[in-house]
Design a protein around this ligand. Sequence first.
Ligand SMILES: Cc1cc2nc3c(=O)[nH]c(=O)nc-3n(C[C@H](O)[C@H](O)[C@H](O)COP(=O)(O)OP(=O)(O)OC[C@H]3O[C@@H](n4cnc5c(N)ncnc54)[C@H](O)[C@@H]3O)c2cc1C
Length: 378
Amino acid sequence: MIEAILTDEQKMFRRTLRDFGAKEIKPYVQEYVNRKEFPWPIIRKMAALGALGITIPLEYGGTEAGAIGVVIVMEETSRAGLRAPLTHLGACRNISEFANHELRSRYLPPLAIGEKIAAYAQTEPWAGSDATAMRATAELRGDYYFLNGTKCFITNGEVASTFVVLAKTDKTKKGEGISGFIVERDFPGFIVGKREKKMGAETSPTNEIIFENCQVPRENLFVAQGEGFKKMMGSFNGERCGNSAACLGLAQAAFERALKYSQERETFGQPIAMHQGIQWMLADMAIQINAGRLMTYDAAYKLDHGIRAVKECAMAKAYCNEMSQRVINMAMQIHGGYGYMEDYEVERMYRDVRGLAFGGGTPQILRSRVAYELLRGR
Ligand SMILES: Cc1cc2nc3c(=O)[nH]c(=O)nc-3n(C[C@H](O)[C@H](O)[C@H](O)COP(=O)(O)OP(=O)(O)OC[C@H]3O[C@@H](n4cnc5c(N)ncnc54)[C@H](O)[C@@H]3O)c2cc1C
């Protein structure tokens, strides 16, 4: 099915990224992981292929390749071991969809070519799944909004230059009181806080961001309170496809290693792949990856063709988040004790994939979203 829906251009883009992953990512991953370093040289090379401008219109220097483009980028880079920054793609999508021409012209071109990276700051220590409980405020005084508050778990907070920030312009309201701003890291009152110590994804720093009377020009408000926040949450559908694809990439890579290892490792006088217990694990992995891939491409295809896909995007992410954890766990099992050691990459994949099940909606929130759609006959 997937081969039938992809255009020749999309197939070529996938081939290019797969080659890029094998030559420019895979051999260098471990160096960056060991140093816990953001892989700027790799990110810039990815950008040269158009991978960072995928959610940006052509007129602002992007490649405008839609949800399927995002899926291809995320699956292939993730499969190679260093995924494209998904929150950058999401923040660029937000600016592309909601900002006026002047803001787009100012902010998007350097983001499209990877000269700068974007980040998305919504979560607060007391407001994760329930974003409407956020306490950050933005108050208009003269020509500036003054932002105050603390955001946490912000991916690439310490390396990004352009931030999409959500804050309340009306504290008395929930979602209707939230507005969106484009904030530069050099604005007065913008503080990068601590870097979190976390289980995996060492090459993608996760930071606290603090606003202390942060001075944001009034024209940088790009999503106005009222219906704005709701509309912005709608663009999470594309993010969910990208996240599902990142999970697929990791699951696929773990599966490939397990398939190979099972034919090399011998026990009881034969390769372990000859034992039915191992064969069934390999089959389960392949079945589940195939199901996840079909769900992800189905959701992305619908988004690209203007078909309502809220349910499909939520289903794909909930399924791929959990499927990839199961598949990588099986890959580790097939590697036996070696799978638990750092030398075999499944150990890193096992840690990396876990973090993908939080941002963009947890599997619980996604199930609620699926049920919401089902109960309305959609
Ligand atoms: C590695 C990583 C990177 C991140 N990057 C970013 C980023 O770049 N920008 C950003 O803004 N945020 C980011 N986040 C934050 C992420 O979006 C939140 O972690 C997520 O929204 C969940 O919020 P929470 O952690 O506060 O959990 P909570 O909302 O407190 O939830 C706790 C538990 O309760 C469950 N739960 C909550 N409500 C319900 C309900 N109604 N029904 C059933 N179960 C429920 C949740 O599923 C979860 O299991 C990142 C998080 C991680 C781990």
